[in-house]
Design a protein around this ligand. Structure first.
Ligand code: ASP
Length: 315
């Protein structure tokens, strides 16, 4: 097989189309375009799905437009706590971190957990010490400071509300959580997801992103999935693994499984969000039940396609 597929997302919450300015749209599309092309380069030269999803997510983490890495939202205490995970479908290898701060690319920390420890999920201070020992690049608090994110937090700080990035009513708000899924030339699958979580989150809250089976899952037998949305619901519905199970045990196609979980099951329990997925044949699915989802996909020699709302965007 000499085909490949790559899909990325920058979050299922988008600015209402009525408030999206041409300048902001251009900035989001640039962030998506840089990430999809970086990941495609890896796949084109015969690189692995795992490498491609890592490279794409690093690019999205470095872009301040999205809620991950540099653009992470503020916690109730005015700090940043990031979650990330990745998984490869060939051997079900996986790594994840939760509630970490001070690393430029939390996805690299998750990769180090997978490659350098016998554990799967590390959290908080100890995970940070592990990252430092691995020589991963750190960043000071001002690297993560972002005026719009700060406004979002100020709007909620004195309330008990915890909000999805896109649900915070601040003009020109930014939103995110990022992810990537890929099928490489050898038919291997991988998924990666990274987030700053929800604005004003408290008590060490951890969402679906670092939970294998909820926010991220990959299995060469079925599919690779990366989710974005209200994490509590994605955990209850075990969304990423559910898509894989519907394919494995019920024989659903990728599209049928994804649509059923996002547009039916999740809607019934009140969960807002979406996911991106690829199967072992390189098929792609990108369903969401929110107003839109920042996303892009690229396959073989076909040009990449970028989306915010339903129709493809010109960039
Ligand atoms: N799923 C993420 C969380 O709940 C947030 C998001 O996707 O925007 O932490």
């Amino acid at each position: 097989m000499s085909n490949y597929s790559l899909v990325i997302h920058g979050g299922a919450g988008v600015l209402a189309s009525s408030t999206m300015t041409p300048r902001l749209k251009e900035m989001y599309l640039k962030g998506l375009s840089d990430a999809i092309e970086a990941g495609r380069l890896v796949l084109k030269r015969g690189g692995s799905a795992l490498e491609a999803v890592t490279v794409a997510v690093v690019s999205l983490e470095d872009c301040p437009m999205f809620n991950a890495g540099r653009g992470s939202v503020f916690t109730h205490k005015g700090t940043h706590e990031m979650d990330a995970s990745l998984m490869e479908g060939e051997n079900l290898g996986a790594g994840a971190v939760a509630g970490v701060n001070g690393f430029k690319n939390p996805i690299k920390l998750a990769a180090a957990v997978m490659q350098k420890t016998e554990h799967l999920l590390l959290c908080g201070k100890e995970a940070e010490l592990f990252g430092i020992a691995q020589g991963l690049e750190t960043a000071s608090p001002d690297y993560f400071f972002n005026e719009l994110r700060h406004q979002q937090w100020l709007a909620l700080r004195d309330t008990n509300e915890v909000k999805l990035d896109h649900a915070v009513q601040v003009p020109n708000k930014k939103m995110g959580t990022v992810g990537a899924v890929a099928c490489d030339m050898f038919g291997h699958l991988a998924a990666a997801t990274s987030t700053g979580g929800m604005t004003n989150k408290k008590y060490g809250r951890v969402g679906d992103t670092p939970i294998i089976g909820a926010g991220t899952y990959a299995n060469n037998k079925t599919c690779a999935v990366s989710c974005t949305g209200h994490g509590e619901f994605f955990m209850k519905a075990v969304v990423a693994y559910d898509v894989s199970c519907l394919m494995e045990y019920k024989g659903l196609s990728l599209q049928e499984a994804c649509d059923y979980v996002i547009k039916d099951k999740l809607v019934k329990i009140g969960g807002e969000g979406g996911l991106i997925a690829v199967d072992k044949n390189g098929n792609i699915s990108m369903p969401y039940n929110s107003e839109g989802m920042y996303r892009a996909c690229g396959k073989n020699e076909e040009p990449s396609q970028l989306f915010i709302y339903e129709s493809p965007e010109m960039f």
